[in-house]
Design a protein around this ligand. Structure first.
Ligand code: NAD
Length: 382
């Protein structure tokens, strides 16, 4: 059995789907690993580092597709909508592709891959169950994004985060608000606290209050009945129009008093909830910073623009959509661990076995036998 690791072609994508240190568990299970030349360079992993762990380097991408049963990527076509098209002609019928592919945001791409005969596993759809935690790329990448959002905010803020009492006077600690306390939000809270900021956080799911407080931040309580706002998968549900309006009004008072606002609120497969209005931005102090991690799906702030830095009303608003690519070495290490665990789940006695009785494999499979396999995606495609 052979598995390929490709060089990522999406602009700005520095991660790689497998790191050299994670080759041994694959080879032990019977996999031969082919790495496209230069695949790991942007993340700090040289071809020779892969070779030292037993990989074969192939110069030609076409050969990587032609010679392997399984292809590992960070971004397959759906998550790499332009450059990813070049791979469509290289895929062999029945070839297994594993990577992120934005199934809920780009179901058409999944259909195209299905029509090419790909057996596609969307890593975004790994179920949020305990057994699957080590395969959960959304969590591992959100951890990196939460950390990096704080670093970017600190870099743009004209103040320091910690309180300092010096011979040159006392500096007051910066105030950080984190909106959305999922995986990214909780990491942002912890990172901002480590830098010495005063942190408060808000989430529509009341169950996260305890988690926020355990990280030493204050939970922001709004006068808004959001009991029942969590679905059975642990994700937030969309709010009613009236709740949205009341949430925006009440949050504006909290935001006005903050130096930094990091927003991470998301509803899977839906546009991001709009939480930071122009009025709220106007009320912030000049020099304040917003990092909107939801910018890719429309943003939590009405003024944010994906992958742009805009300054409005004296406030710097960042809308980064791929922060993990800015920490490529650790991001690749975590992503690779997720990939290897998933591939080993499908490896039985030296053979690839797609056992659809396993919930993790079944939920993640989006294309096979020329068809889109996921009922939600089929509904979206009409
Ligand atoms: P996400 O990226 O989907 O959303 C980020 C946060 O935004 C969530 O906490 C959500 O409640 C919040 N949010 C949504 N709408 C909001 C609004 N209008 N106002 C304020 N906040 C809003 O979330 P995620 O980080 O992927 O995590 C979702 C859930 O899954 C969490 O409960 C997390 O703990 C859980 N989880 C479980 C596992 C596991 O058991 N294996 C792994 C990862 C995450």
């Amino acid at each position: 059995m052979k598995v390929a690791v490709l060089r990522e072609t999406c602009p700005g994508e520095n991660r790689v789907a497998l790191v050299p240190d994670l080759l041994p568990p694959l080879t032990k299970a019977g996999w031969q690993v082919l790495v496209e030349a230069g695949a790991g360079v942007a993340a700090g992993f040289t071809d020779s580092a892969y070779q030292a762990k037993g990989a074969e380097i192939v110069a030609d991408r076409q050969a990587a597709f032609a010679q392997t049963d399984v292809v590992l990527q960070v971004r397959c076509l759906g998550a790499n909508p332009e450059a990813g098209r070049a791979d469509l002609d290289l895929i062999r019928r029945g070839q297994v592709l594993i990577g992120t592919c934005d199934p809920l945001g780009n179901p058409q791409a999944i259909q195209e891959l299905a029509e090419r005969g790909a057996v596609l596993f969307a890593m975004e759809l790994i179920p949020r169950i305990t057994r699957a935690q080590s395969m959960d790329v959304l969590s591992s990448m959100a951890t990196i994004a939460g950390y990096k959002a704080v670093i970017q905010a600190a870099d743009h803020l004209p103040k320091m985060f910690p309180m300092l009492m010096t011979a040159a006077g006392t500096l007051v600690a910066s105030k950080v608000l984190v909106i959305g306390a999922g995986v990214a939000g909780l990491q942002a809270i912890a990172s901002a606290r480590r830098l010495g900021a005063i942190v408060q956080a808000y989430d529509v799911r009341p169950v996260v209050k305890e988690q926020i407080e355990s990280l030493g931040a204050k939970f922001v309580e709004l006068n808004l009945d959001t009991a029942g706002s969590e679905d059975k998968g642990g994700y937030a549900k969309e709010l009613s129009e009236d709740q949205v309006r009341r949430q925006q009004e009440q949050l504006a008072d909290v935001i006005a008093d903050c130096d930094v606002c990091i927003s991470t609120a998301a509803i899977p497969g839906r546009p991001s909830p709009l939480l930071i209005t122009e009025n709220a931005v106007q009320r912030m102090r000049p020099g304040s910073v917003i990092v909107d991690l939801a910018a890719e799906r429309g943003g939590n702030c009405c003024l944010s623009q994906a992958d742009q830095t805009v300054v409005e009303h004296g406030v710097t608003i960042l809308g980064p959509t791929n922060l993990p690519a800015g920490v490529p070495q650790h991001a690749s290490q975590m992503y690779a661990k997720n990939m290897v665990t998933f591939l080993l789940l499908m490896t039985k006695e030296g053979e690839l076995e797609i056992d659809l009785k396993d919930e993790i494999i079944r939920d993640t499979l989006v294309a096979k036998d020329g068809q889109v396999q996921n009922s939600r995606l089929r509904e979206m495609l009409g």
